[in-house]
Design a binder for this molecule. Structure first.
Ligand code: ATP
Ligand SMILES: Nc1nc2c(ncn2[C@@H]2O[C@H](COP(=O)(O)O)[C@@H](O)[C@H]2O)c(=O)[nH]1
Length: 184
């Protein structure tokens, strides 16, 4: 039987990456799809591990060749899931997790209606700002741009069958694990 696809979405800074790291430890049979992006690597990020870092020309070429399951522009940069990150794994029965923003999650809903889509919600918009400042990876201008996008993303939460509120990290991790185990 083909593996499942779990789409985890929500605004920047809500804690998707943090929760997914815990999820992968708790459910080691899950595999994470490494996304492609045109943004620059942050300190410590490695090509092929954290992202496939592509330039715009390469990203365009791969769009034209139909290599992406989904792709979107987010805060001036491009992000997408390569089909090659999923196809072989799911065909072999492995379940795959995608960490993507809301436009991409909608595209996956259209093309893969069986994908399990989970929205991670913050306790408040202000929490997103605090968490992004605390993470220390973005300039104040980048944080404001991300918070602008977050407003529309938060309004989309009711499009998702599952909503996990990431207030206390342990509670959110428990809830996410429960959803994944119940759907697997
Ligand atoms: N429940 C929580 N309570 C307090 N801090 C948290 C919680 N969850 C995550 N954080 C912190 O918030 C910051 C943002 O988390 P993370 O990078 O996982 O967000 P993200 O949704 O993956 O963001 P992006 O979409 O920009 O990649 C990190 O510094 C993380 O340690
Ligand atoms: N549509 C997609 N969105 C993606 C993908 N990989 C990551 N993302 C989302 O982009 C923003 C910004 O990420 P960051 O690493 O610059 O903080 C965030 O919401 C990610 O979830 C993807 O393949 N497709």
């Amino acid at each position: 039987m083909p593996g499942k696809v779990f789409v985890i979405t929500g605004p920047s800074g809500v804690g998707k990456g943090t929760l997914i790291r815990t999820l992968l430890e708790r459910v080691p049979e899950l595999e994470l799809a490494v996304s492609a992006t045109t943004r620059a690597p942050r300190p410590g990020e490695e090509h092929g591990t954290h992202y496939h870092f592509l330039d715009d020309v390469e990203f365009d070429r791969r769009v034209i060749e139909g290599d992406f399951l989904e792709h979107a522009e987010y805060s001036g940069r491009r992000y997408g899931t390569l089909r090659s990150e999923l196809d072989k794994r799911t065909a072999e029965g492995a379940s795959v997790v995608l960490e993507i923003e809301v436009q991409g999650a909608r595209q996956v809903a259209d093309t893969m209606p069986d994908a399990i889509r989970i929205f991670i919600a913050p306790p408040s918009e202000e929490t997103l700002r605090t968490r992004l400042i605390g993470r220390g990876t973005d300039t104040p201008e980048q944080i404001e741009a991300r918070l602008q996008v977050a407003k529309a993303e938060l309004a989309a939460s009711d499009e998702f069958a599952h909503v996990v509120h990431n207030d206390r990290l342990d509670d959110a991790a428990d809830q996410l694990e429960q959803i994944v185990r119940a759907s697997a």
